[in-house]
Design a protein around this ligand. Structure first.
Ligand code: APR
Length: 317
């Protein structure tokens, strides 16, 4: 059977890490595409030279021509600009909306059968711009945010409880970052809901509140430390988990920015919710009952995404 093809549009910090992970995990051949001359070619060659040591067989290619995405099974988009200290994700909207339209048009022309994962920020809006630009069915255009937010949350909880990250699950809803809604009652350590762990004396509500806030600010914490860019290892790992679930039809339940058609009382908007990802793309949206306070947090998040979508619509070509 021929190998799958993974096209990575944007060969920067996240793009390079995505390519390495795709190689290490034997997901298929990788094509990096970027407007920066020599960068996708250089990274592809560097990665190919790592393959004998890491023992993976994959074609690693780099190109400045968007037509190179042709035939891709999965396309992961990180093209655009990242944040600098003091910037919010929303400050990127003008530049990155134009980039999404350009990349989306190329995907429409060259790879209309691909499953498209968007990472570029501000995520919930960029995935919507991408879907419009590609014209692909909503179930084949999805945004990576929740897996990253929940990974950060899981890491902080595991650190607090001094247990393996493997045994911590976390449930998050809503937009990426500031307005995300972590659902503590559905977050667990080996199946034990986190609120029960407060009762068991493992932690305090105050500590949990701080962890929730640190998770919301997780991206900004890294931006402040790096000073020249934003997080890239954990975002790349998160998107690769989504790509793998699609390519292997694993049907994993992952929080992603998905298009809602009435679920959670939202119609016609991309927002972060748990979804099942399999060979058909977003195969199902997991809809749970929300308590009043959780619903209020979710609605606030939805309102923020709606406002930004309007801003993106007004970005001139
Ligand atoms: N087409 C293709 N590539 C582009 C375009 C374009 N129109 N515009 C910019 N790029 C490329 C840049 O040349 C750069 O190599 O996108 C790449 C982005 O890489 P980095 O600047 O290293 O940014 P990265 O850390 O990978 O983050 C990318 O993901 O998490 C989000 O907020 C982050 O929006 C940012 C994106």
């Amino acid at each position: 059977m021929a190998r799958n093809k993974i096209a990575l549009v944007g060969a920067g910090q996240i793009g390079g890490t995505l390519a390495l992970l795709a190689g290490l995990k034997d997901l298929g051949d990788v094509t990096l595409v970027d407007i920066a001359e020599g960068v996708p070619q250089g990274k592809a060659l560097d990665l190919a030279e790592a393959s004998p040591v890491e023992r993976f067989d994959a074609v690693m290619a780099g190109s400045n021509d968007f037509a190179a995405v042709a035939g891709a099974d999965v396309i992961i988009v990180t093209a655009g600009i990242p944040r600098k200290p003091g910037m919010s994700r929303d400050d990127l909207i003008g530049v990155n909306t134009k980039v999404m339209r350009q990349v989306g048009a190329a995907i429409k022309q060259h790879a209309p059968n691909a499953f498209v994962i968007v990472i570029t920020n501000p995520l919930d809006v960029m995935v919507s711009v991408m879907q419009e630009a590609t014209g692909l069915p909503h179930e084949r255009v999805v945004g990576m945010a929740g897996v990253l937010d929940s990974a950060r949350f899981r890491y902080f909880l595991a650190e607090e409880f001094k247990v393996s990250v493997e045994d911590v699950t976390a449930f998050v809803l809503g937009g990426h970052g500031d307005t995300m809604v972590p659902l503590l009652r559905y977050s667990t350590v080996a199946g034990i809901p986190v609120p029960d762990l407060v009762k068991m004396g493992w932690t305090t509500q105050d500590k949990l509140d701080k962890i929730v806030q640190r998770t919301r600010d997780g991206g900004a914490e890294i931006v402040a430390l790096l000073k020249t860019g934003s997080a890239f290892y954990a975002p790349a790992s998160s998107a690769i988990a989504m790509a793998e679930s699609y390519l292997k039809d694993k049907k994993r339940v992952l929080p992603c920015a998905a298009y809602l058609t009435g679920q959670y009382g939202v119609d016609g908007l991309y927002v972060g919710v748990p979804v099942v990802i399999g060979a058909k793309g977003v195969e199902r949206i997991v809809e749970i009952d929300l308590a009043a306070e959780e619903k209020a947090g979710f609605d606030k998040s939805v309102a923020a995404v709606k406002t930004l979508c309007e801003v993106a619509k007004n970005v001139q070509a």
